[in-house]
Ligand binder design. Structure first.
Ligand SMILES: Nc1ncnc2c1ncn2[C@@H]1O[C@H](COP(=O)(O)OP(=O)(O)OP(=O)(O)O)[C@@H](O)[C@H]1O
Ligand SMILES: N[C@@H](Cc1ccc(O)cc1)C(=O)O
Length: 323
């Protein structure tokens, strides 16, 4: 494998899609330090779902990308997440969480949305974009992001235009987000060239299933986050939905796949001799096969996920605890 192929395979790992891989290859060949970003509406809980995108940023850092994290305070405000003062305080806390989680401090630039989103040039970009997007299209792009499904407000129309403008304004080559960001990203690819910015390449991560088998979300109380103690994690994993021989919508399998396996060359599932002894896996493929065939039992999986997840989270937990 040449250097470009190695980077591409790291970037593709556990991604749901890249739009497009050819453009990514061209970018990596032609630019030794391209720029990527994820934007987050500041949130009181940064759960393992949010951290899927942070894992991808860590991979991208290893592949030579400059990483920006946008703490999107004005977006959260427009999405009715609270007062601007409270949102900004939460943004400050989130910054520490990301660094604690493993992003390299000197290679990660944090940007608060309102630091530049009130500048004249940025606002002119948003206005120009607004002349290129129908109400219907703006509304549809927000289907999976907006809090408010009925009676949309104008704030919801500004939101995707601003997200597109961010990508242009911050000089982003590769925009990363959960697959729920897809429609906004596709809109950005289409409209940014109309105001003389390059269309971004987009990478989407899967959506992590919560402990109850539904999307992990701070409003469902079905999450694990960095402030959970080892005892809480043990209890949560023990009680988690984990159907036998089923991979789909199985949060314990997903935690193993997305949060644990990328951090180890090989993992061991400890099992008493009488049940066949320890199992070792260096790829998710082998583990998946064994689980589907009933060779790996949910209880053994849960025990190992508890041990490894605690190990993965420990450094961050210490830092966050000491803040
Ligand atoms: N369960 C999840 N799995 C994967 N990514 C997620 C998950 N929840 C949120 N994200 C991602 O985190 C980023 C920030 O999303 P945002 O803060 O709006 O989350 P949200 O969907 O409102 O979550 P919550 O319901 O927990 O508040 C987005 O890129 C989104 O795709
Ligand atoms: N739309 C993202 C937040 C975001 C805001 C602005 C951006 O430029 C990027 C991302 C979310 O759902 O949380």
């Amino acid at each position: 494998m040449n250097d470009t192929d190695k980077k591409i395979s790291l970037i593709k790992r556990n991604a749901k899609e890249i739009v497009t891989e050819d453009e990514l290859r061209e970018l990596i060949r032609g630019n030794s330090s391209p720029t990527t970003y994820v934007g987050y509406e500041p949130s009181g809980t940064l759960h393992l779902g949010h951290l899927l995108t942070a894992n991808k940023l860590i991979d991208l850092q290893k592949a030579g990308f400059n990483v920006k994290i946008l703490l999107a305070d004005l977006h959260a405000y427009l999405n009715e997440k609270g007062s601007i003062k409270d949102i900004r305080e939460t943004a400050e806390m989130n910054k520490d969480f990301f660094l604690a989680y493993g992003l390299e401090e000197d290679k990660t630039e944090f940007v608060l949305g309102s630091e530049y989103q009130l500048d004249e040039d940025y606002i002119m970009d948003v206005y120009e974009l607004s002349l290129n997007v129908t109400l219907n299209r703006a509304r549809r792009s927000m289907d999976e992001v907006s809090r408010r499904k009925k009676n949309p407000i104008v704030g919801q129309m500004l939101y995707p235009l601003m997200q597109a403008a961010d990508i242009g304004f911050l000089g982003i080559d590769l925009a990363v987000g959960g697959i729920d960001q897809r429609k906004i990203h596709m809109l950005a690819r289409e409209i940014l060239p109309k105001i003389d910015y390059n269309p971004p390449i987009c990478l989407h991560t899967p959506i992590l299933t919560g402990l109850d088998g539904k999307k992990m979300s701070s409003s469902r109380e079905n999450w694990i986050d960095l402030s959970d103690s080892p005892e809480e994690i043990e209890e949560k994993i023990n009680d988690a939905y984990c159907p036998k021989e089923q991979i789909k919508d199985n949060p314990v399998i997903e935690i193993m796949k997305y949060h644990i396996m990328p951090r180890y060359d090989e993992i061991t599932i400890e099992r008493p001799e009488k049940y066949g002894g320890d199992l070792n896996y260096s790829s998710f493929h082998g583990l998946k096969q064994d689980y589907l065939e009933g060779e790996l039992h949910p209880l053994d999986l849960k025990k190992s996920v508890t041990i490894y997840l605690n190990e993965v989270i420990e450094p961050a937990r210490k830092k966050v605890g000491g803040l």
